[in-house]
Each structure stands twice: as C-alpha cells, then as structure tokens.
Design a protein around this ligand. Sequence first.
Ligand code: MG
Length: 377
Amino acid sequence: MRRLSVLGSTGSVGSQTLDVIRSKRDEFELVGLVARKASEKLLMQAIEFKPLYVVSYEEPSKDWLTSLPKETTYVKGHEGLMQVIEASDTLMNAISGVDGIIPTYHILTKNKRLLASNKESIICLGDLVKNKRGMILPVDSEHNALFQLLSFVSKEDIKKVYLTASGGPFRNRSIKDLKAVTVEEALNHPRWKMGAKITVDSATLMNKGMEMIEAINLFDLSVDSIEVVIHPQSVVHGIVELKDGSFLFHVSQTDMKVPILHALFYPERRDYPFERKNLLELSPISFEQVDREKFKALYLCRWVAEMGGAYIPALVGADEAAVEMFLKGKIGFLDIANLVEDVLSMLNLPDPENIEQLLYIISWAYEKVKEVSERYG
Ligand code: MG
C-alpha cells in the first residue's frame, strides 16, 4: 500500500488529489495533509481522511485542534513537514509558488517519490531534479503528457517537443487592450480553475515559459528543441514530433484529475472514476502561433532558460512579487513582464551552489521588484 502525503491539500490540485484518493481509498495509507492555514477546509479533510499527521504553518485555534480525529496528530510548520516526509514513501507537492521549493528539496534529498505539481521548485532545483529523475512523476498536465509520450520514443528520434497553451483569457485581445486588463479579467481563465498566482501566470504566458524550463529539467531537453503552440481547446496536452514526420499527441479531457490519477498509480493504470467525455466531445482541435509581442513573458523565459544559473531563481522571485503587485492593483497587466525583465537585467549575483543561496536570489529579486515598481503605475 502506498504511504502517501498531500502537501498543499486545500489548494486546487491538492483537493483534486483527495477526490481521486476518495474513490480508491483502500489503495492508500494517508500519512499527512499539509497546508499553510489551519482552515476549516483542512480540518474537514482531516476529519474525513484521518491522516496520521496534519500540519499547518499557521497556529490553529483550540477548537480546531480538539475537533481533529483521534487517529491524527497535529504538528506545526517545518517540523511537521519533515515528520510527514520521513513517514511517507510518496508525496504530492501541490503547494503553489515559492513556498513549494523547500518541500521538494527535502522530498528529493530524502529519496522519496515526488508527484510534482509545484513548478517553481522543479525549475529552481534543476541539478537536484536532474539527479533524481527516476523519483519524479510530473503532475502538471503538459509534463504528465510528455512523460507518457516520451516513454514511447528514443531521444535521437525526436525533432521537436511542443507545449500547448490555451492562450489564456486574452488570446484575442490586442496589445493595446492588454494595458487595461483588470485583476478580475486576469483571474477568469477560460479552461482551468486554479489558484490566483498560476491563473495570472497563465494569462501572461509566464506559466508556459516556466513550464518550458520545467520540461528542460524533467526530460533533459535543449531550449531549441521545445516550442510553445496555442491550442485554445486544452485537450491536447503535449506533442512530440519525430524525425520521420510523425506527430504523437497526448489527448484527454481538460481535468487535472487525469494526470493526478496517472501519477498516483504509475506504472499501473486505474479506471477514471468521474464523468468522462467521449472522443467527439473533445473535438475540434486547432493550433495557432503565439504572438511574440503580446506575450513577452514567454520569450523572457526562453532567454532565462538559455542563461540558466542565477537567472532562474531570480525569474521565480521577480514573478512572484510582480504578480502580487498586480493582484493588489499596484501595477498594470503588461507591467508584470516588464518589471521582471527590468529586475533580471540588474542581476549580478553568482550562480547558486546550495539551497540557501538559491533562496537568497529569490528574495533578492522579490524585493527588487517591489523597489523598482515604485517607478511604475
Ligand atoms: Mg500546465
């Protein structure tokens, strides 16, 4: 039986992981649930799933603690995280943003199996990720699709790997209109329901740019071998073009529970226990080119992928701050990529050699964005 924990259990991917587990309850021992806040939602999850441990970074109330089931032990913060990692053999890291980096670091260092949904950690911890490839199952829909496709082909037969992007809510807007995008509009993604940070990153295509770096680290690809293509229906999640003229597609309905189900049971397969769409409902399928001018963030990420080293954590820290500023209404939509670019151009730090230096570069870029943004708006 798998000894599984879910980090970020109250978020979008975390909750959907529990939806899958609920339907296959006897196949897992649930070791830990980890979340930032000691919320009602976390409490309800603990009551239903009775994990061995429940962990929050925020102090819970007395009532909250006394409501926990008797099977469940509460441990706070980092100490709790470490106990959960120790006691598990498989961990879903669905914590969003920079907060997911330390958990991924410890999961991989302790040789546990990682179901990877936090992309910031996969892109920042490049060398560690490369050394532990066999321990990582990608959960991001695109990377899960590529993971499946690439298992059928030899590396020397690959001509190109395509990441598909829905194009977000602003695919059909002119660059002039993008200036005036509101927070509400940016949070209204046409295909996927996700947290605020990743939804904004999807609208700027920063998310797709980071996914490009993620794919490089996960599958040992060169920057030149990856291309992004707009695919508005979001049913083709990955494409591999082979040298003999074939294109292999991974197609599935737009539902994160599909890659979650795959990652949870790999290398076995299980029945999808939810309402499924038939093939005709997944058509039509179309592709478009990305507008370079409109989606600057994507090209910024390509440049960062080529530079490597300190530029990667700096990108992550700068974007985290810029999206926060946008969500607070302090900067405009197009300023996100401009600010990140400005701060990256000031970067003059050596490549990180350990996790402490990596986190320092992230916080340097984060603070720098706040400082530089005073001149915006
Ligand atoms: Mg994705």
